[in-house]
Write a protein that binds this ligand. Structure first.
Ligand code: ADP
Ligand code: MG
Length: 411
């Protein structure tokens, strides 16, 4: 994969040149008093700062493009990047001018008038319906206009690399292009999980649906030493073992697939679950054996004995990938399973994955809700080697799929 160094080696110094950068600035916004938007979590903006300040430091004219939310292919003030531009300006300490459109008069004028220590932020790329079009020619024509704004292109938006979108895929074919440091770091870590990981290699999966994760399970199962399954998806596995799961989440059409996966002998299931009378924090709930869930109860978390067994299975692991909460962690009575497993994983790593700590295991957390759980439960993000920023992209990468936004950055 081409990096910034490759780009400079081949195309020369970036001073005075216009660098178009695709960032992931898709942050959660809340409407404050008077309708002004406030950013509730600026993590993605902060993560984008190192590359942007590096480029500004090199004397490049930086033009940033990003999407925000899901506008319907037309300008919509509710999804304007203006508040993001303000925050980026504060964090970067460099003036950021937000264009009023993506490739129109305003964007062209902003780029024309740009000086080297100024940043231009194009408006939300999804204001143009060609951005996400399935039609190659339509996307291509839009990408031509984006490419016309700049000399080179850098993609630092890992969360979007699985999308065949104009700002991710097509524009990279039209300019000298490279991966930014966030994309490079994600790919390096995920490649370590699928390549020749240090053993024991333990994968922990949870979350809501087996059907979402089946492809990942199938691709990882041959490489892992054990696969611990919790969350909503464990009930389909328990059903495949012939157990009654009450009113728990169950995907009846996946039972056969789960039965086949169980034949690997590598899958570890919960032995107890927190079973509630309803999907609610106030519902009556008790710990019951996983093979004796009462018909009128639903399992909303793994139980304490399961947490102990999962922690035992994790002890001594050198490589861990964890995706999907163990229970409905958003409701306090069902958060203990996720907290317990997160602590067990975090305890394996000294946080930098380079060894030298207690065991120095490589610990990777993937998935939007899993990353949110780590933050919400106060586990401390630094206690893991890596928390993947792009949920969908990281899962597709682990499924072994070729991702359009990465393929296009490879020689
Ligand atoms: P990620 O985003 O990390 O990949 P998912 O999107 O697959 O994770 O799943 C996260 C959701 O799974 C959470 O909102 C959580 O409440 C839900 N969940 C976990 N365990 C259960 C359960 N036992 N029953 C229903 N939902 C569950
Ligand atoms: Mg999710």
């Amino acid at each position: 994969m081409r990096t910034l160094d490759t780009l400079v080696d081949r195309h020369g110094d970036l001073a005075g040149r216009t660098v178009l950068v695709r960032c992931d600035l898709n942050v959660p916004l809340e409407a404050g008093p008077g309708g002004a938007k406030t950013i509730t979590d600026d993590g993605r903006i902060r993560a984008s700062v190192p590359l942007l300040s590096d480029l500004v430091g090199r004397g490049a004219k930086v033009v940033v493009m990003a999407h925000l939310g899901r506008p319907k292919g037309t300008p919509d003030p509710a999804y304007s990047l203006a508040p993001v531009g303000q925050r980026l300006e504060q964090l970067l300490g460099t003036p950021v001018r937000v264009a009023e459109d993506v490739v129109g008069e305003s964007a062209q004028e902003a780029v024309r008038a740009q000086e080297a220590d100024r940043v231009v932020l194009l408006e939300n790329v999804r204001f143009e319906k060609a951005e996400t079009s399935k039609d190659d020619a339509e996307r291509g024509a839009f990408a031509d206009r984006l490419a016309a704004l700049a000399d080179v292109y850098v993609d630092d938006a890992f969360g979007a690399v699985h999308r065949k979108h104009a700002s991710v895929f097509d524009v990279a074919q039209r300019l000298p292009s490279a991966a930014g440091p966030l994309v490079a770091a994600e790919v390096e870590v995920l490649d370590r999980l699928t390549g020749d990981p240090e053993r024991p290699y333990v994968v922990v999966l949870g979350g809501s649906k087996v059907s979402d994760k089946l492809a990942v399970i199938e691709n990882l199962l041959p490489t892992v030493d054990s696969l611990l399954v919790g969350g909503g998806m464990c009930f389909t596995f328990l059903a495949a073992q012939g157990h009654d799961v009450g009113s728990s989440l169950l995907e009846a059409d996946q039972v056969d697939a789960c039965r086949t996966l169980l034949e690997s002998g590598k899958i570890v299931l919960p032995v107890d679950v927190v079973a509630a009378t309803a999907f609610s924090a106030d519902a009556e709930h008790d710990v019951v054996p996983a093979d004796a869930i009462p018909p009128d109860r639903m399992g909303l978390d793994i139980g304490p004995e399961s947490v102990r067994r999962f922690a035992d299975a994790l002890a001594g692991a050198r490589t861990v990938f964890w995706n999907g909460p163990m229970g409905v962690f958003e409701l306090a009575p069902y958060a203990d399973g996720t907290r317990g497993v997160a602590e067990a994983v975090a305890g394996l790593s000294d946080g930098d994955g380079e060894g030298g700590g207690l065991t120095g295991a490589l610990t990777v957390v993937g998935g939007g809700d899993s990353a949110a759980a780590v933050r919400a439960l106060g586990i401390g993000e630094h206690r893991f080697t890596h928390i993947s920023t792009g949920g969908g992209a990281s899962l597709e990468h682990l499924e072994g799929k070729a991702l359009p936004g990465l393929t296009v950055l490879e020689d």
